[in-house]
Ligand binder design. Structure first.
Ligand code: B12
Ligand code: SF4
Length: 462
């Protein structure tokens, strides 16, 4: 039985976008896990990655070439249109092929997705147990009557490691002979670079995100054991000689003991590769010792959702932090040389101009290494999305608009000109900070003794 997994992630950069930044340079761990789970049960699995193709004609050609018995698609809300178009083309080209869809959007908006006739089966929640089961049923000629199947939670340590080669082999066919399994996104994470996931779920309750995470992964955070992560990292070290990596977990650091155990094992096994992960300001403030330990073993940067510099807005967002904690967390990061990727939002429902100005002033204090602003976007599955619908605030008319972009404001009642100004101003450093950074950059580039020695050696040929 031939199974084609289909990655529809072209909402951002479109077709022929492989290698362009995070969106088109990273594997989908969801599909990579489904692949290894299905292969473990003997199924023949391949991948069609829309990001590698030139357009829908080439997609049709790939379908005819592979003639899958089952085509399975993953879908975030933003992927709705390309995933639906792909399913329609599959049904037109190969009517016998059974189509299955799963992922965040089908889990959160199951009724909407179930209405699409091009999908034969909709799998909600996690797929590693249910998907191979469904394949087995289909192989044996049984077609489960229920089109909507609820996935089960697997024991994460018992799962085979995600099948990265599914993606990398496919990318190589299209000439992407990367010197890195995945695309690094900051100079602090050198190639070969890759991403990894240590667990699923999030115990926090931000209203612009939850309950989507709980719907997908359940109420409790489940983590792979540190030993299981280390075993995968060892395999990845042997196979790809990775020089850096990043954890994708929503919040790697919610469990201090887990983190400390991971750090001990990471060091004991001789790993020194730098890594990034997501954390939260309140956790950083609460567990400075953990931050220090992470920095000792290789942590180079945290993604932090500061979101706002105003306490009322932070309460409205149920963020569980305060402006003061945000600032304190940034100071702690600086103390241990950890770089800051600052996620924040502008144009949040109910937010006033003064409150936006608080976010701007907070960012000037934090002076992050990278600014990651977003105009607030109501994402299905979140309480704030429901609030926007109830108050008729959403300006979203197509699923494509769930994508973050710097030109489109997604909720009503905002002053676009002011928000565009705020977007720029929030990223303008204080002159003193800008000068300090410039000096540090020039020193690093031209005046570091090791670099000077290397340059001299190169010049002299010794
Ligand atoms: C890594 C990540 C990214 C990466 C994606 C890299 C990649 N190539 O996959 C990047 C940074 C590019 C990204 C971008 C965005 N992301 Co994102 N991302 C994540 C994150 C943190 C991890 C994804 C992951 O790998 N999870 C682990 C795997 C194992 O889980 P999974 O993919 O869900 O798959 C499991 C199940 O869903 C299911 N399943 C999935 N597919 C299928 C298919 C079938 C057939 C079956 C049976 C089952 C099944 O089985 C899988 C195994 O159990 C999640 C949050 C999270 N913790 O999952 C958010 C998340 C998926 N992202 C989200 C969002 C909103 C975005 C953005 C829209 C943000 C923005 N404003 O720009 C963009 C969209 C990018 C685009 N395509 O245009 C939301 C999606 C919400 C929604 N309603 O769709 C999430 C859930 C975060 C959140 N809580 O809000 N993201
Ligand atoms: S925004 Fe981040 S911390 Fe908040 S609930 Fe979602 S995943 Fe958790």
């Amino acid at each position: 039985m031939r199974v084609s997994l289909i990655y529809p992630g072209i909402a951002g950069y479109g077709f022929k976008s492989l290698g362009k930044g995070m969106e088109a340079g990273w594997v989908s761990h969801g599909l990579a896990h489904l692949s290894s789970a299905a292969k473990a049960q003997g199924f023949d699995v391949n991948l069609i990655d829309l990001r590698a193709l030139s357009g829908w004609d080439e997609f049709r050609e790939e379908l005819y070439r592979r003639r899958p018995d089952v085509a399975a698609l993953t879908m975030m809300s933003v992927d709705y249109n390309p995933a639906t178009t792909a399913a329609q083309i599959i049904k037109e080209s190969l009517p016998e092929t059974v189509t299955v869809v799963g992922g965040p959007h089908p889990t959160i908006m199951v009724d909407e997705v179930a209405q699409i006739p091009h999908f034969d089966y909709v799998v909600t929640r996690e797929g590693e147990i249910t998907f191979p089961w469904l394949l087995g049923e289909l192989r044996d000629g049984r077609h489960p009557e229920n089109r909507i199947l609820e996935g089960e939670m697997p024991d994460l340590d018992a799962l085979p490691f995600p099948d990265r080669e599914l993606f990398l082999n496919e990318w190589r066919k299209y000439g992407y002979t990367l010197d890195s399994p995945e695309v690094p996104f900051v100079p602090d994470l050198p190639a070969p670079f890759l991403t990894i996931i240590a667990g699923r779920g999030c115990q926090y309750n931000c209203n612009f995100c939850q309950p989507a995470e709980r719907l997908l992964f359940g109420r409790r955070v489940r983590k792979r054991s540190p030993a299981n992560i280390i075993a995968e990292l060892k395999l990845l070290r042997d196979r790809y000689h990775f020089a850096s990596f990043m954890f994708h977990d929503d919040c790697l650091t919610e469990n201090r003991e887990w983190v400390l155990e991971f750090c001990d094992l990471y060091q004991a096994e001789g790993f020194t590769q730098p890594f990034f992960c997501q954390s939260r300001a309140d956790i950083i403030v609460r567990h400075e010792d953990m931050v220090q330990r992470m920095a000792q073993v290789g942590l180079k940067g945290y993604f932090i959702g500061f979101e706002s510099g105003n306490d009322r807005v932070l309460r409205f967002l149920r963020k569980g932090t305060t402006r003061e904690k945000n600032l304190a967390a940034a100071r702690i990061c600086r103390k241990y040389g950890i770089k800051i990727w600052a996620n924040y939002m502008l144009g949040i429902p109910t937010e006033t101009r003064e409150e936006v100005m608080d976010t701007i002033s907070m960012l000037k204090e934090i002076d992050p290494d990278w600014y990651s602003p977003a105009f607030y976007t109501p994402h299905p599955g979140s309480d704030l999305y429901d609030y926007c619908l109830e108050h008729d605030l959403s300006l979203i008319t197509s699923h494509d608009q769930y994508r973050r972009n710097p030109w489109e404001i997604k909720v009503k009642g905002q002053d676009p000109e002011f928000l565009q100004w705020a977007l720029k101003e929030s990223q303008r450093r204080k002159p003193i900070n800008a000068a300090r950074r410039q000096i540090r950059y020039l020193w690093g580039r031209y005046a570091r003794p090791d670099k000077v020695i290397r340059r001299l050696r190169r010049m002299l040929g010794v």
